[in-house]
Design a protein around this ligand. Structure first.
Ligand SMILES: Cc1cc2nc3c(=O)[nH]c(=O)nc-3n(C[C@H](O)[C@H](O)[C@H](O)COP(=O)(O)OP(=O)(O)OC[C@H]3O[C@@H](n4cnc5c(N)ncnc54)[C@H](O)[C@@H]3O)c2cc1C
Length: 430
Protein backbone atom coordinates (compact mmCIF):
# COMPACT_ATOMS: atom_id res chain seq x y z
CA UNK A 1 0.00 0.00 0.00
CA UNK A 2 1.19 3.56 -0.76
CA UNK A 3 2.61 4.84 2.52
CA UNK A 4 1.07 8.28 2.21
CA UNK A 5 -2.41 6.72 1.86
CA UNK A 6 -2.15 5.09 5.26
CA UNK A 7 -4.41 6.62 7.90
CA UNK A 8 -2.73 7.73 11.12
CA UNK A 9 -3.81 6.28 14.43
CA UNK A 10 -2.47 7.83 17.63
CA UNK A 11 -2.70 5.74 20.80
CA UNK A 12 -2.31 7.50 24.17
CA UNK A 13 -1.16 4.98 26.77
CA UNK A 14 0.77 1.72 26.50
CA UNK A 15 -1.11 -0.06 29.28
CA UNK A 16 -3.34 -3.13 28.90
CA UNK A 17 -5.76 -1.38 26.53
CA UNK A 18 -3.22 0.48 24.40
CA UNK A 19 -0.88 -2.47 23.90
CA UNK A 20 -3.64 -4.95 23.14
CA UNK A 21 -5.06 -2.54 20.58
CA UNK A 22 -1.66 -2.14 18.91
CA UNK A 23 -1.15 -5.90 18.89
CA UNK A 24 -4.30 -6.41 16.82
CA UNK A 25 -4.61 -3.34 14.65
CA UNK A 26 -3.70 -3.95 11.02
CA UNK A 27 -0.32 -2.27 10.70
CA UNK A 28 -0.35 -2.75 6.92
CA UNK A 29 -3.38 -0.45 6.74
CA UNK A 30 -2.55 2.12 9.43
CA UNK A 31 0.41 4.13 10.69
CA UNK A 32 0.35 3.86 14.47
CA UNK A 33 2.04 6.18 16.98
CA UNK A 34 2.05 5.17 20.62
CA UNK A 35 2.52 7.90 23.21
CA UNK A 36 3.33 7.00 26.79
CA UNK A 37 4.87 9.07 29.57
CA UNK A 38 7.06 6.04 30.43
CA UNK A 39 9.18 3.95 28.11
CA UNK A 40 7.78 0.77 29.65
CA UNK A 41 4.51 -1.07 30.18
CA UNK A 42 3.84 -1.90 33.82
CA UNK A 43 1.69 -4.43 35.62
CA UNK A 44 -0.34 -2.67 38.36
CA UNK A 45 -1.73 -5.82 40.06
CA UNK A 46 1.75 -6.44 41.50
CA UNK A 47 2.62 -2.86 42.48
CA UNK A 48 1.84 -3.72 46.09
CA UNK A 49 4.56 -6.40 46.03
CA UNK A 50 7.11 -3.83 44.86
CA UNK A 51 5.89 -1.47 47.59
CA UNK A 52 6.39 -4.16 50.23
CA UNK A 53 9.81 -5.21 48.85
CA UNK A 54 8.58 -8.63 47.75
CA UNK A 55 9.67 -8.35 44.12
CA UNK A 56 11.91 -6.16 42.05
CA UNK A 57 10.30 -3.36 40.01
CA UNK A 58 12.01 -4.45 36.80
CA UNK A 59 10.19 -7.81 37.02
CA UNK A 60 6.82 -6.17 36.36
CA UNK A 61 7.86 -3.54 33.82
CA UNK A 62 8.54 -4.25 30.18
CA UNK A 63 10.22 -1.93 27.64
CA UNK A 64 7.63 -0.65 25.16
CA UNK A 65 10.17 -0.46 22.34
CA UNK A 66 10.97 -4.14 22.78
CA UNK A 67 7.27 -5.00 22.69
CA UNK A 68 6.75 -2.91 19.52
CA UNK A 69 9.77 -4.53 17.88
CA UNK A 70 7.66 -7.68 17.54
CA UNK A 71 5.38 -5.88 15.07
CA UNK A 72 8.05 -4.19 13.00
CA UNK A 73 7.27 -6.40 10.01
CA UNK A 74 4.89 -3.65 9.05
CA UNK A 75 6.44 -0.22 8.70
CA UNK A 76 4.85 2.75 10.38
CA UNK A 77 4.81 1.87 14.06
CA UNK A 78 6.28 4.64 16.22
CA UNK A 79 6.79 5.27 19.91
CA UNK A 80 7.16 8.67 21.62
CA UNK A 81 7.98 8.82 25.31
CA UNK A 82 6.13 11.96 26.33
CA UNK A 83 3.03 13.09 28.15
CA UNK A 84 -0.11 13.88 26.17
CA UNK A 85 -1.59 17.11 27.50
CA UNK A 86 -4.42 18.22 25.28
CA UNK A 87 -6.61 16.98 22.46
CA UNK A 88 -8.15 19.18 19.77
CA UNK A 89 -10.94 17.19 18.15
CA UNK A 90 -11.58 19.80 15.41
CA UNK A 91 -7.97 20.14 14.32
CA UNK A 92 -7.51 16.39 15.01
CA UNK A 93 -4.29 16.82 16.96
CA UNK A 94 -2.78 15.68 20.24
CA UNK A 95 -0.43 18.10 21.97
CA UNK A 96 2.28 16.52 24.07
CA UNK A 97 5.06 18.00 26.21
CA UNK A 98 7.22 17.95 23.07
CA UNK A 99 5.12 18.34 19.92
CA UNK A 100 1.74 18.43 18.16
CA UNK A 101 0.78 15.12 16.56
CA UNK A 102 -1.98 14.88 13.92
CA UNK A 103 -4.34 11.89 13.87
CA UNK A 104 -7.05 10.39 11.70
CA UNK A 105 -8.20 8.18 14.53
CA UNK A 106 -7.38 8.64 18.21
CA UNK A 107 -7.34 5.96 20.91
CA UNK A 108 -7.36 7.33 24.46
CA UNK A 109 -6.14 4.58 26.77
CA UNK A 110 -4.41 6.59 29.48
CA UNK A 111 -5.99 4.86 32.47
CA UNK A 112 -6.55 6.52 35.82
CA UNK A 113 -4.78 8.47 38.50
CA UNK A 114 -5.30 8.90 42.24
CA UNK A 115 -8.50 10.51 43.43
CA UNK A 116 -8.28 12.30 46.78
CA UNK A 117 -11.91 13.42 46.50
CA UNK A 118 -12.35 16.63 48.51
CA UNK A 119 -8.94 16.37 50.23
CA UNK A 120 -6.42 17.52 47.57
CA UNK A 121 -3.88 18.31 50.30
CA UNK A 122 -3.36 14.56 50.75
CA UNK A 123 -1.36 14.51 47.53
CA UNK A 124 1.67 15.86 49.41
CA UNK A 125 1.48 13.68 52.49
CA UNK A 126 0.20 10.20 51.65
CA UNK A 127 1.66 7.25 49.78
CA UNK A 128 -0.10 5.92 46.70
CA UNK A 129 0.21 2.94 44.38
CA UNK A 130 -0.95 4.09 40.97
CA UNK A 131 2.42 3.83 39.24
CA UNK A 132 5.66 1.95 39.65
CA UNK A 133 7.44 5.10 40.86
CA UNK A 134 4.83 5.51 43.59
CA UNK A 135 5.31 1.87 44.60
CA UNK A 136 9.10 2.34 44.79
CA UNK A 137 8.67 5.48 46.85
CA UNK A 138 6.43 3.55 49.24
CA UNK A 139 8.97 0.73 49.51
CA UNK A 140 11.84 3.15 50.17
CA UNK A 141 9.93 4.85 52.93
CA UNK A 142 9.07 1.55 54.62
CA UNK A 143 12.72 0.44 54.46
CA UNK A 144 13.95 3.81 55.72
CA UNK A 145 11.45 3.75 58.57
CA UNK A 146 12.51 0.26 59.67
CA UNK A 147 16.20 1.23 59.65
CA UNK A 148 15.55 4.39 61.67
CA UNK A 149 13.28 2.56 64.10
CA UNK A 150 16.09 0.10 64.87
CA UNK A 151 18.15 3.02 66.21
CA UNK A 152 15.34 4.81 68.03
CA UNK A 153 15.71 4.42 71.80
CA UNK A 154 12.44 6.08 72.80
CA UNK A 155 9.78 3.31 72.62
CA UNK A 156 6.93 5.78 72.16
CA UNK A 157 8.67 7.49 69.22
CA UNK A 158 9.51 4.10 67.71
CA UNK A 159 5.91 2.98 67.98
CA UNK A 160 4.67 6.17 66.29
CA UNK A 161 7.29 5.84 63.58
CA UNK A 162 5.99 2.37 62.77
CA UNK A 163 2.28 3.18 62.59
CA UNK A 164 0.91 2.25 59.17
CA UNK A 165 -2.62 3.03 58.06
CA UNK A 166 -4.05 1.82 54.76
CA UNK A 167 -7.15 3.61 53.49
CA UNK A 168 -9.49 1.57 51.27
CA UNK A 169 -10.51 -2.07 51.65
CA UNK A 170 -10.54 -2.96 47.94
CA UNK A 171 -8.12 -5.55 46.52
CA UNK A 172 -5.12 -3.16 46.56
CA UNK A 173 -5.74 -2.04 50.15
CA UNK A 174 -6.24 -5.62 51.36
CA UNK A 175 -3.17 -6.87 49.50
CA UNK A 176 -0.85 -4.12 50.71
CA UNK A 177 -2.11 -4.41 54.31
CA UNK A 178 -1.59 -8.20 54.08
CA UNK A 179 1.96 -7.71 52.77
CA UNK A 180 2.77 -5.34 55.66
CA UNK A 181 1.29 -7.91 58.04
CA UNK A 182 3.56 -10.59 56.59
CA UNK A 183 6.52 -8.33 57.13
CA UNK A 184 5.50 -7.79 60.72
CA UNK A 185 4.94 -11.46 61.34
CA UNK A 186 7.78 -13.12 59.47
CA UNK A 187 10.48 -10.64 58.48
CA UNK A 188 10.80 -8.15 61.32
CA UNK A 189 11.55 -10.81 63.98
CA UNK A 190 14.27 -12.31 61.76
CA UNK A 191 15.98 -9.25 60.34
CA UNK A 192 15.11 -6.23 62.49
CA UNK A 193 15.68 -7.62 65.95
CA UNK A 194 15.61 -4.25 67.73
CA UNK A 195 11.95 -3.94 66.73
CA UNK A 196 9.31 -5.89 68.63
CA UNK A 197 6.26 -6.93 66.56
CA UNK A 198 4.02 -4.97 68.95
CA UNK A 199 5.93 -1.78 68.02
CA UNK A 200 4.30 -1.99 64.60
CA UNK A 201 0.65 -1.16 64.08
CA UNK A 202 -1.12 -1.80 60.79
CA UNK A 203 -4.70 -0.58 60.38
CA UNK A 204 -6.90 -0.98 57.34
CA UNK A 205 -9.80 1.48 57.13
CA UNK A 206 -12.80 0.74 54.91
CA UNK A 207 -15.85 2.98 54.84
CA UNK A 208 -18.39 0.24 54.03
CA UNK A 209 -19.29 -2.81 56.07
CA UNK A 210 -16.84 -5.25 54.44
CA UNK A 211 -13.47 -5.46 52.70
CA UNK A 212 -13.34 -6.64 49.05
CA UNK A 213 -16.82 -5.27 48.37
CA UNK A 214 -16.69 -6.21 44.71
CA UNK A 215 -16.20 -9.89 45.59
CA UNK A 216 -18.53 -12.40 47.25
CA UNK A 217 -19.45 -12.05 50.93
CA UNK A 218 -17.55 -15.28 51.60
CA UNK A 219 -14.38 -13.81 50.11
CA UNK A 220 -14.79 -10.65 52.18
CA UNK A 221 -15.19 -12.61 55.40
CA UNK A 222 -12.24 -14.89 54.64
CA UNK A 223 -9.98 -11.98 53.68
CA UNK A 224 -10.95 -10.32 56.99
CA UNK A 225 -9.87 -13.47 58.87
CA UNK A 226 -6.61 -13.67 56.94
CA UNK A 227 -5.82 -10.05 57.79
CA UNK A 228 -6.53 -10.72 61.45
CA UNK A 229 -4.11 -13.64 61.43
CA UNK A 230 -1.44 -11.27 60.08
CA UNK A 231 -2.08 -8.84 62.94
CA UNK A 232 -3.77 -6.23 60.74
CA UNK A 233 -6.46 -4.27 62.54
CA UNK A 234 -9.48 -3.78 60.23
CA UNK A 235 -11.86 -0.87 60.87
CA UNK A 236 -15.10 -1.02 58.92
CA UNK A 237 -18.00 1.38 58.50
CA UNK A 238 -16.12 4.65 59.05
CA UNK A 239 -14.20 6.99 56.79
CA UNK A 240 -11.11 9.04 57.35
CA UNK A 241 -12.04 12.70 57.76
CA UNK A 242 -8.67 14.42 57.97
CA UNK A 243 -4.98 13.58 58.03
CA UNK A 244 -2.40 15.90 59.52
CA UNK A 245 0.58 15.73 61.90
CA UNK A 246 0.85 11.98 61.29
CA UNK A 247 -2.63 11.52 62.75
CA UNK A 248 -5.79 10.23 61.10
CA UNK A 249 -9.07 11.62 62.38
CA UNK A 250 -12.08 9.45 61.62
CA UNK A 251 -15.61 10.64 60.93
CA UNK A 252 -16.64 9.43 64.41
CA UNK A 253 -13.95 11.58 66.05
CA UNK A 254 -11.57 8.71 66.76
CA UNK A 255 -7.88 9.44 66.13
CA UNK A 256 -5.11 7.06 65.06
CA UNK A 257 -1.34 7.39 64.74
CA UNK A 258 -0.38 7.13 61.08
CA UNK A 259 3.23 8.00 60.39
CA UNK A 260 2.75 6.36 57.02
CA UNK A 261 -0.63 6.57 55.32
CA UNK A 262 -1.16 4.48 52.20
CA UNK A 263 -4.08 5.73 50.14
CA UNK A 264 -5.85 3.19 47.91
CA UNK A 265 -9.34 4.63 48.25
CA UNK A 266 -10.05 6.15 44.88
CA UNK A 267 -9.11 6.66 41.27
CA UNK A 268 -10.25 9.04 38.54
CA UNK A 269 -9.62 9.25 34.82
CA UNK A 270 -6.40 10.95 33.73
CA UNK A 271 -7.04 14.63 32.94
CA UNK A 272 -6.80 16.06 29.43
CA UNK A 273 -7.57 19.49 28.16
CA UNK A 274 -10.12 19.14 25.36
CA UNK A 275 -10.74 21.70 22.64
CA UNK A 276 -12.95 21.49 19.56
CA UNK A 277 -16.16 19.51 19.88
CA UNK A 278 -16.87 19.08 23.55
CA UNK A 279 -15.89 15.94 25.35
CA UNK A 280 -17.42 16.01 28.79
CA UNK A 281 -15.83 13.61 31.24
CA UNK A 282 -18.47 11.82 33.31
CA UNK A 283 -18.49 10.01 36.65
CA UNK A 284 -14.97 9.59 38.06
CA UNK A 285 -13.57 11.86 35.32
CA UNK A 286 -14.00 8.97 32.87
CA UNK A 287 -14.77 9.70 29.21
CA UNK A 288 -18.28 8.71 28.11
CA UNK A 289 -18.36 6.22 25.24
CA UNK A 290 -21.04 4.28 23.38
CA UNK A 291 -21.17 0.49 23.19
CA UNK A 292 -18.40 0.51 20.57
CA UNK A 293 -16.04 2.59 22.76
CA UNK A 294 -16.55 5.62 20.51
CA UNK A 295 -16.35 8.84 22.50
CA UNK A 296 -19.76 10.47 22.57
CA UNK A 297 -20.14 13.68 20.56
CA UNK A 298 -16.98 13.44 18.43
CA UNK A 299 -15.83 11.47 15.42
CA UNK A 300 -12.94 9.02 15.20
CA UNK A 301 -12.02 9.22 18.88
CA UNK A 302 -12.21 6.10 21.05
CA UNK A 303 -11.64 5.64 24.78
CA UNK A 304 -10.67 2.23 26.15
CA UNK A 305 -10.01 0.65 29.51
CA UNK A 306 -10.08 2.41 32.86
CA UNK A 307 -10.60 5.87 31.39
CA UNK A 308 -13.72 4.86 29.42
CA UNK A 309 -17.20 5.15 30.91
CA UNK A 310 -19.61 2.84 29.10
CA UNK A 311 -22.94 2.58 30.89
CA UNK A 312 -25.12 -0.45 30.18
CA UNK A 313 -28.05 -2.15 31.91
CA UNK A 314 -25.62 -4.56 33.56
CA UNK A 315 -23.15 -1.82 34.47
CA UNK A 316 -25.14 1.39 35.05
CA UNK A 317 -22.10 3.08 36.63
CA UNK A 318 -19.66 1.86 34.01
CA UNK A 319 -17.58 -1.30 33.89
CA UNK A 320 -15.22 -2.24 36.71
CA UNK A 321 -11.73 -0.81 36.20
CA UNK A 322 -10.00 -4.12 35.58
CA UNK A 323 -7.36 -5.39 33.18
CA UNK A 324 -9.78 -7.80 31.46
CA UNK A 325 -12.22 -5.00 30.59
CA UNK A 326 -9.37 -2.99 29.05
CA UNK A 327 -8.09 -5.98 27.06
CA UNK A 328 -11.52 -7.02 25.77
CA UNK A 329 -12.41 -3.46 24.72
CA UNK A 330 -9.08 -3.11 22.91
CA UNK A 331 -9.67 -6.34 20.99
CA UNK A 332 -13.15 -5.20 19.93
CA UNK A 333 -12.07 -1.72 18.78
CA UNK A 334 -9.06 -3.02 16.81
CA UNK A 335 -11.34 -5.54 15.09
CA UNK A 336 -13.96 -2.87 14.25
CA UNK A 337 -11.36 -0.46 12.87
CA UNK A 338 -9.69 -3.21 10.83
CA UNK A 339 -13.05 -4.14 9.31
CA UNK A 340 -14.12 -0.54 8.83
CA UNK A 341 -17.49 -1.15 10.52
CA UNK A 342 -18.86 -1.80 13.96
CA UNK A 343 -20.23 -5.18 14.89
CA UNK A 344 -22.00 -6.44 17.98
CA UNK A 345 -20.95 -3.93 20.61
CA UNK A 346 -19.08 -4.56 23.83
CA UNK A 347 -20.15 -7.37 26.14
CA UNK A 348 -17.84 -7.88 29.09
CA UNK A 349 -16.90 -11.50 29.67
CA UNK A 350 -16.26 -11.55 33.42
CA UNK A 351 -13.68 -14.25 34.09
CA UNK A 352 -13.78 -13.76 37.87
CA UNK A 353 -11.80 -11.92 40.52
CA UNK A 354 -9.20 -12.85 43.06
CA UNK A 355 -7.10 -11.31 45.82
CA UNK A 356 -4.25 -12.56 47.94
CA UNK A 357 -3.54 -11.81 51.58
CA UNK A 358 -0.01 -13.08 52.05
CA UNK A 359 1.57 -16.48 51.56
CA UNK A 360 -0.75 -19.47 51.24
CA UNK A 361 -3.77 -17.21 51.61
CA UNK A 362 -6.00 -16.01 48.78
CA UNK A 363 -9.65 -15.86 47.78
CA UNK A 364 -10.96 -16.57 44.29
CA UNK A 365 -14.47 -15.96 42.90
CA UNK A 366 -15.08 -17.51 39.49
CA UNK A 367 -18.55 -17.49 37.95
CA UNK A 368 -20.23 -19.92 40.35
CA UNK A 369 -17.19 -21.23 42.14
CA UNK A 370 -15.53 -19.82 45.19
CA UNK A 371 -12.36 -21.16 46.79
CA UNK A 372 -9.72 -20.01 49.21
CA UNK A 373 -6.45 -20.93 50.89
CA UNK A 374 -3.40 -22.59 49.39
CA UNK A 375 -5.04 -23.69 46.12
CA UNK A 376 -6.46 -20.20 45.61
CA UNK A 377 -3.03 -18.73 46.29
CA UNK A 378 -1.38 -21.01 43.69
CA UNK A 379 -4.13 -20.08 41.20
CA UNK A 380 -3.54 -16.41 41.92
CA UNK A 381 0.21 -16.82 41.33
CA UNK A 382 -0.19 -18.76 38.07
CA UNK A 383 -2.70 -16.26 36.64
CA UNK A 384 -0.47 -13.29 37.53
CA UNK A 385 2.70 -14.93 36.22
CA UNK A 386 1.00 -15.81 32.92
CA UNK A 387 -0.24 -12.22 32.55
CA UNK A 388 3.22 -10.67 32.83
CA UNK A 389 4.81 -9.56 29.59
CA UNK A 390 8.08 -11.22 28.64
CA UNK A 391 9.67 -14.54 29.61
CA UNK A 392 12.49 -12.81 31.50
CA UNK A 393 9.95 -11.05 33.74
CA UNK A 394 7.99 -14.25 34.36
CA UNK A 395 11.17 -16.08 35.38
CA UNK A 396 12.45 -13.20 37.51
CA UNK A 397 9.18 -12.84 39.46
CA UNK A 398 8.87 -16.60 39.83
CA UNK A 399 12.40 -16.81 41.28
CA UNK A 400 11.68 -13.92 43.68
CA UNK A 401 8.53 -15.70 44.89
CA UNK A 402 10.16 -19.09 45.34
CA UNK A 403 13.15 -17.52 47.11
CA UNK A 404 10.90 -15.49 49.43
CA UNK A 405 8.74 -18.52 50.14
CA UNK A 406 11.56 -20.70 51.38
CA UNK A 407 13.86 -18.10 52.93
CA UNK A 408 11.41 -15.45 54.18
CA UNK A 409 13.87 -12.99 52.74
CA UNK A 410 14.29 -11.06 49.52
CA UNK A 411 17.06 -9.20 47.83
CA UNK A 412 14.78 -6.25 47.18
CA UNK A 413 15.02 -4.74 50.66
CA UNK A 414 17.89 -2.57 49.48
CA UNK A 415 17.54 1.15 49.99
CA UNK A 416 19.20 2.90 47.08
CA UNK A 417 18.46 6.61 46.99
CA UNK A 418 18.62 8.19 43.54
CA UNK A 419 21.23 10.94 43.15
CA UNK A 420 19.77 14.42 43.42
CA UNK A 421 22.13 16.27 41.08
CA UNK A 422 22.18 17.33 38.34
CA UNK A 423 18.52 18.29 38.75
CA UNK A 424 16.30 16.84 36.02
CA UNK A 425 12.97 18.43 36.81
CA UNK A 426 11.20 16.91 33.83
CA UNK A 427 11.80 13.47 35.37
CA UNK A 428 9.84 14.51 38.41
CA UNK A 429 6.67 15.34 36.49
CA UNK A 430 3.78 13.09 37.41
C1 LIG B 1 -2.44 -1.10 42.49
C2 LIG B 1 -3.38 -1.67 41.45
C3 LIG B 1 -3.75 -3.00 41.51
C4 LIG B 1 -4.60 -3.54 40.54
N1 LIG B 1 -4.94 -4.86 40.61
C5 LIG B 1 -5.70 -5.40 39.63
C6 LIG B 1 -6.00 -6.79 39.61
O1 LIG B 1 -5.59 -7.54 40.50
N2 LIG B 1 -6.74 -7.28 38.56
C7 LIG B 1 -7.20 -6.47 37.57
O2 LIG B 1 -7.84 -6.95 36.63
N3 LIG B 1 -6.96 -5.16 37.58
C8 LIG B 1 -6.22 -4.61 38.57
N4 LIG B 1 -5.94 -3.27 38.57
C9 LIG B 1 -6.56 -2.45 37.53
C10 LIG B 1 -5.81 -2.59 36.22
O3 LIG B 1 -4.45 -2.34 36.42
C11 LIG B 1 -6.41 -1.62 35.23
O4 LIG B 1 -7.76 -1.93 35.06
C12 LIG B 1 -5.70 -1.66 33.89
O5 LIG B 1 -4.35 -1.33 34.06
C13 LIG B 1 -6.38 -0.69 32.94
O6 LIG B 1 -5.69 -0.68 31.73
P1 LIG B 1 -5.58 0.68 30.90
O7 LIG B 1 -4.83 0.33 29.66
O8 LIG B 1 -6.89 1.32 30.80
O9 LIG B 1 -4.68 1.64 31.80
P2 LIG B 1 -3.21 1.43 32.34
O10 LIG B 1 -2.81 0.02 32.33
O11 LIG B 1 -3.17 2.20 33.61
O12 LIG B 1 -2.31 2.17 31.25
C14 LIG B 1 -2.35 3.55 31.08
C15 LIG B 1 -1.06 3.97 30.38
O13 LIG B 1 -1.19 5.31 29.99
C16 LIG B 1 -0.01 6.03 30.30
N5 LIG B 1 -0.41 7.42 30.49
C17 LIG B 1 -1.22 7.94 31.43
N6 LIG B 1 -1.39 9.25 31.26
C18 LIG B 1 -0.68 9.57 30.16
C19 LIG B 1 -0.48 10.78 29.46
N7 LIG B 1 -1.06 11.94 29.83
N8 LIG B 1 0.33 10.77 28.37
C20 LIG B 1 0.93 9.60 27.97
N9 LIG B 1 0.75 8.43 28.60
C21 LIG B 1 -0.05 8.42 29.68
C22 LIG B 1 0.52 5.35 31.55
O14 LIG B 1 1.92 5.54 31.69
C23 LIG B 1 0.16 3.88 31.26
O15 LIG B 1 1.19 3.21 30.59
C24 LIG B 1 -5.10 -2.70 39.53
C25 LIG B 1 -4.72 -1.37 39.46
C26 LIG B 1 -3.87 -0.85 40.41
C27 LIG B 1 -3.46 0.60 40.34
Amino acid sequence: MDKSAKKKIVVIGGGFAGLNFIKRIDKEKFDVTLIDRNNFHSFPPLFYQVASAGIDASGICFPLRRELRKYRKAEGLYFNMTRAKSIDTNARTVTTDEEVIPYDKLIIAAGTTNNFFNMPELRDSVYTLKSISEAIRCRNDIMDRLERACMERDPEKRRRMLSFVVIGGGPTGVEVAGALGEMKRYIIPREYRQIAPEDISITLIEGTDRVLRTMSEKSSAEAGEYLKSLMVHVKLGHNMKTYSDDTVTMDNGETLDAAMLIWTAGVKGVDFEFTGDTIKPGRGNRIEVDQYCRVKGVNDVYALGDIALMTTDDYPNGHPQLAQVAIQQAIMVARDINRGKVTGGFKYNDKGTMATVGRNRAVVDLNHIHFKGFFAWITWMVVHLMSLLGMRNKVSVFIDWVWDYFTYSSSTRLLMHPGKYPLRKRWLKE
